[in-house]
Design a protein around this ligand. Sequence first.
Ligand code: PHE
Length: 458
Amino acid sequence: MNSGNTARGSFGSQLGVILASAGSAVGLGNIWRFPTEVGKGGGAAFILIYLGFIFLFAMPVMISEFVIGRSARSNAIGAFQKLAPKKLWIVAGMMGVLGGFLVLSFYSVVAGWTLHYTVQSALGKLQSQGETDFGAVFNAFASDPWQPILYLAVFLLLTHLVVSRGIQHGIERYSKLMMPMLLAIIVLLVAFSLTMTGAAEGLRFLLRPDLSKVTPEVVLGAMGQAFFSLSVGLGCLVTYASYFNNETRLVSSAMNVCIIDTMVAVLSGFIIFPTVFSVGIAPDAGPGLVFITLPNVFLLSFSEMPVLGYAFSLLFYVLLLLAALTSSISMHEICTAFISEHFNKSRRRAAAIVTLVCLVLGSFCSLSFGPWQEVTFFGRGFFDLFDYTVTKFLMPLGGLLITLFVGWYLDRKLVEQQLTNDGSIPVRTMRPLLFLIRWVAPIGILVIFLNELFPLFL
Ligand code: PHE
């Protein structure tokens, strides 16, 4: 085993730290998954539960990942090896790297669809098709054996190019470029969609809690969503934090990332629901929402203003694409950092290995919408299987182990040193924070996780 630490990169600025971490957090999870879950989970009722999970469970995991990453300055597996040599904690790191491969594989499939829809809307194809059954168009595309794989490959290549340039010249530089663009597009689209005819009804749906929709499944979904959205539980932020410098403030950085991520998720709701209600389509349309419902909306609501329709749809898919890319680079980095350090390979080589493996696994996921529909394991195709394994299993379990590790195993002094930057900044919330890390988050995650395996309590 080689620590390979000699050529470790680091983030060059505090802004870079925040934008890269927020870039990892803000992704398809916010713009594609969150509105779907809100639609199914009773609007504001879901949002409230979700907020609870973000601040009570997911943020403590994020801060714990930061502590592990910066004190060990190593990849997700190497960090556990360094801080707890020859102990079983390494399993948490292994689950993370495995999760990194799986999540990047299925995520890139959806990102590939997004790329296709970006191209289509740039060519004006989404707005000018007249009477179209967008459901059929989407299904025909997603189940095609080749096309989606081609887009998947292009998307992975883009991710690869950023990651192989390294931390400052790749991840930090492109996060600093893409995140401001992403935020500007969101604000523009919110302004756009609030002027639409159905805006009031959409907002009412989003802001009024419908408690009758809250089932145990919705609660579980909210936890999964909180973890997925903040990218916690897989050691992704362990890896990023290993490139933080000694001045980076862990607690306030985590707060900033949580706030930005939540804001983007809620604002995506502000874009999608008014738009969807403006043409009277059910808001709980499922994952097809952004690829089936929205093209319909673009067509219907902008039929008299084709230029606006063109701008709106193109901006929307560019937004989705930017969000996907800033997240996929962080998933890629979990695996690249591990391979490069553990097997002592150059960053470029390590990145190439990760890209190739994910291209193969991602193709399996893509084929599970078409020719491989019948290939199932435990009743799930590859895409569903990977999604399920990561969001329902690896992330909560990883989160549990990570908080237990920081709360109970690591030396309390080391944890406090990390949180206060060696005593140089006061962290007034230290006690409640440690209480969250030691008790609230692990117990909460455990209860919800066990309930999922043996549905008894909730
Ligand atoms: N947080 C990302 C999103 O919301 C997804 C992600 C998961 C990124 C795990 C990195 C690791 O889309």
